[in-house]
Design a protein around this ligand. Structure first.
Ligand SMILES: NC(=O)c1ccc[n+]([C@@H]2O[C@H](COP(=O)([O-])OP(=O)(O)OC[C@H]3O[C@@H](n4cnc5c(N)ncnc54)[C@H](O)[C@@H]3O)[C@@H](O)[C@H]2O)c1
Ligand SMILES: [Zn+2]
Length: 342
């Protein structure tokens, strides 16, 4: 299938150390069977590898194999691999084809759709990047069975986000199928992935370069990115941060009176059932707010936030008041850090 999407004599296979162990041989073998000469690049698993330094090492390895402009980069792994390999594909030889093979729920439902690729910088997450759409995205739901529970929880954070912004039916599907999802039921997982991809691709196609409506996909992310940055990208996973950020957005919407209390409680209940509220970080609220103001989503100096207005719809606001943002962050932090507004 990769060969159909991007025919060439050679290809690059980029993956991380964990996925290489689990599926690297199989993936390489299947690419070779399809006629590719494969150059493999493996980097240490984890968000801390999503840097320009890893990208440079990838350039060294891939360029040594003299790739052609038509030689695809195949990303085998989670969102870290997809974002990094996609950025390599976007920039190598001014752009080569890119194929995604997501192996985490988060990558399957979210990161592999939409063409955003890039790496982190000390100043913030995903600060360096490009838009580079994959030629194809191939997923085998069976690979999700080896995911640790925390990674399933993180993927579900993005699924809940999609459900809140667009589709109450998806919200109910997730609520009703949590045991099957955590059991790795491939039928349920395939339906879950397909449903999310439909939602995300519809939003992305309406606004490919995020000039308007696409920003609703950032529900929970402006709060979440601040939490992630404060935790140094290692203390808190992206999905955990998004889950907490979604609760912060829901709390703020309820407090403003644009979301009814019943819907807010349903959102909180589902996040809790998934296990996304088990860990509440201690947060320096002033530092979090400073980071939120520095987020890429700030326009004309105004903080723009996505807030739910019902389960199935959300709106983008640009009149957030510091006190209500602080109250929303306070609602998601560990009780011990409350009151410590430095
Ligand atoms: N481009 C986008 O639109 C977009 C959207 C959402 C998130 N992201 C990015 O995605 C990243 C998070 O992605 P993630 O949660 O997939 O993280 P990840 O890629 O780090 O994967 C999580 C962990 O699971 C391991 N893993 C992967 N597949 C596995 C499998 N099948 N079995 C067992 N272990 C497996 C990985 O090695 C890693 O240790 C963040 O950097 C985030 O910014 C990008
Ligand atoms: Zn996300």
């Amino acid at each position: 299938m990769v060969h159909q999407a991007a025919p060439a004599p050679t290809c690059a296979l980029i993956t991380d150390s964990v996925v290489a162990e689990l599926y690297g041989k199989q993936a390489r073998h299947s690419l070779e069977q399809a006629g590719f000469k494969v150059t493999l690049f493996v980097f240490p698993a984890g968000e801390s590898s999503k840097t320009t330094r890893t990208v440079e090492t990838a350039y060294d390895v891939l360029l040594a194999a003299c790739p052609e402009r038509r030689s695809p980069v195949v990303a085998l792994g989670g969102g870290v691999v997809g974002d990094l390999a996609g950025f390599v594909a976007a920039t190598l030889l001014r752009g080569v084809p890119f194929v995604q093979v997501p192996t985490t729920l988060l990558a399957a439902v979210d990161a592999s759709v939409g063409g955003k690729v890039g790496v982190d910088h000390a100043n913030g997450k995903n600060m360096i990047g490009a838009f580079h759409h994959p030629r194809a995205v191939l997923m085998d739901a069976n690979t999700l069975r080896t995911l640790p529970k925390i990674e399933v929880q993180c993927g579900l954070a993005e699924c809940v986000k999609h459900a809140i912004i667009r589709d109450a039916g998806l919200f109910d599907f997730i609520s009703a199928n949590l045991p099957a999802i955590f059991d790795g039921n491939s039928g349920v997982l395939t339906e879950l992935v397909a449903w999310n991809v439909r939602i995300k691709s519809a939003v992305v196609m309406a606004d490919p370069f995020e000039h308007g409506v696409r920003a609703v996909l950032n529900l929970g992310h402006t709060f979440g990115h601040a939490l992630e940055t404060l935790a140094g990208y290692t203390g808190l996973k992206h999905g955990q941060a998004v889950g907490l950020g979604t609760l912060a957005a829901s709390t703020m919407a309820r407090n403003r009176g644009i979301l009814d209390d019943t819907s807010h409680k349903k959102i909180e209940g589902l996040l809790r059932d998934i296990g996304l509220l088990d860990f509440r970080p201690a947060v320096d609220i002033a530092a979090a707010m400073a980071l939120m103001r520095g987020d890429k989503k700030v326009r004309d100096g105004r903080l723009r936030l996505v807030l739910p207005t019902a389960i199935g719809s959300a709106e983008i606001i640009s009149d957030a008041q510091p006190e209500e943002v602080a109250a929303a962050i306070e609602a998601i932090t560990s009780p011990s850090s409350r009151g410590a507004r430095r």
